[in-house]
Structures are given as structure tokens and as C-alpha cells.
Design a protein around this ligand. Structure first.
Ligand code: 5GP
Length: 206
């Protein structure tokens, strides 16, 4: 059987959707890899350059945009965020599925340049649960929490641009990761992704 490229899987979700937990479950599988984005925002305590993000200056980021080195990029809350193209292409060419955890505008941009991408919106079960999760963390000011909740209202308006919506219920991140694996498995079997099925079937029989 011919070697196939991996799938580009885009996951977006509002604060409190549990993206981090679900994606770390997925990348336990050797055929899933996580794309390390580039950003101009400052590292948070504990974040490591090259692991959480590639931390760049604005000048360095803009130079990479100029050279066409970003698969997609956006400006979000005053900082640039983007997906390095070369790394993404190498992972896909190796046959591994590549997970991009990006916000809604970036997700729409990916779909424009790479229509075969699979886009998934990950949501908490409800707005009330999301609010409870953000308050339960106890790490952010009331102002930040309200800003994140307001942002969710905008993000949700884009759900119709996505291929799938997956709900992440409390304490069920492993089941949520299973739902994403099921989506990916179904997409891998989609006829439109198979090329010339009859040709390769009869060709391989000879
Ligand atoms: P944070 O600063 O909290 O790490 O990320 C802020 C937002 O940027 C999140 O919604 C995250 O999904 C998004 N983001 C992270 N990396 C990328 C990227 O490479 N491209 C785009 N478009 N968004 C990203």
C-alpha cells in the first residue's frame, strides 16, 4: 500500500475547554504529533522555548511571515501566533497526524490554504460549566475571567465553520480524546481521501 500523508487536525476551544489535557492524551499515540507554534508573547513561568512555543521577537516573527515560513498566523491579544510551515510539512510527510491547537481565526486560515484539514471545536458541556471551571482554577483575576467568557461568545459564532464539535465533560478527558480519535479514524477512511481506490486495488492484485 502506498505511503499516505498524515492528517492535519486543527483543535480550537475556549478557555476552560480542557484542550491541554485532551491533546496530551492524544499525543501519547505515536501516530499523533503536536505542532509547536511560534509566538511573540512572553513565556509564562515554567514555559520552555521550543517545547511550549518558539518564542520570537516581533521582528523575527515578521521576517518569517515575509519569507512565507508560516502555514498560518494571526495577531491575538496584541501578539503574533503562528504555525511554522516546515515542521508541519515534515510531520505530515512522515505519515503522522499533526495536531494544531489554534484560535478560530487561525483555524479558518488553515482551512483556506489546506482544505483537507480536519477542524474540531472543543467545548465545555455548557457556558455555566465553563464559568465554573475558570473560577475554580483560582489563578486569574475577575477581569480576566470576564474577558475570557466574553471572548467565548465570539468564538462560538464560528462553530459553523468547523467540521466537528466535541464536548469535554468534567473528568472525561480520556473519552473526549477517544471521540477525536474516532473522528480521525473515520476521516482516514473517507473515500475522498483515498485517491484511485480501484486502480490501486487491481494494481496491487497483480
Ligand atoms: P496562549 O497565549 O494562552 O498560549 O494562547 C492564546 C491563543 O492562541 C489560544 O487560543 C491558542 O489556541 C492560540 N494559538 C496558539 N498557537 C497558535 C498558532 O500557531 N496559531 C494561531 N492562529 N493561534 C494559536
Amino acid at each position: 500500500m502506498e505511503h499516505k500523508n498524515g492528517l492535519l487536525i486543527v483543535v480550537s476551544g475556549p478557555a476552560g475547554s480542557g484542550k491541554g489535557t485532551v491533546l496530551s492524551d492524544l499525543i501519547k499515540d505515536k501516530n499523533y504529533r503536536y505542532s509547536v507554534s511560534a509566538t511573540t508573547r512572553a513565556p509564562r513561568p515554567g514555559e520552555v522555548d521550543g517545547v511550549n512555543y518558539h518564542f520570537l521577537t516581533r521582528e523575527a516573527f515578521e521576517a518569517r511571515i515575509e519569507k512565507g515560513e508560516m502555514l498560518e498566523w494571526t495577531e491575538y491579544c496584541g501578539n503574533y501566533y503562528g504555525t511554522p510551515k516546515k515542521e508541519a510539512e515534515e510531520v505530515l510527510a512522515s505519515g503522522c497526524n499533526l495536531l494544531l491547537e489554534i484560535e478560530v481565526e487561525g483555524a479558518c486560515n488553515v482551512k483556506k490554504v489546506y482544505p483537507q484539514a480536519v477542524t474540531i471545536m472543543l467545548l465545555p458541556p455548557s457556558f455555566a460549566v465553563q464559568e465554573a471551571r475558570l473560577r475554580g482554577r483560582g489563578t486569574e483575576s475577575e477581569e480576566k475571567i470576564l474577558a475570557r467568557l466574553a471572548q467565548t461568545k465570539n468564538e462560538i459564532t464560528h462553530v459553523g465553520d468547523y467540521d466537528y464539535v466535541v464536548y469535554n465533560h468534567d473528568g472525561m478527558a480520556d473519552k473526549t480524546a477517544e471521540d477525536i480519535r474516532a473522528i480521525v479514524r473515520a476521516e482516514e477512511c473517507a473515500v475522498r481521501r483515498q485517491g484511485d481506490v480501484a486502480g490501486s486495488y487491481f494494481g496491487s492484485a497483480e
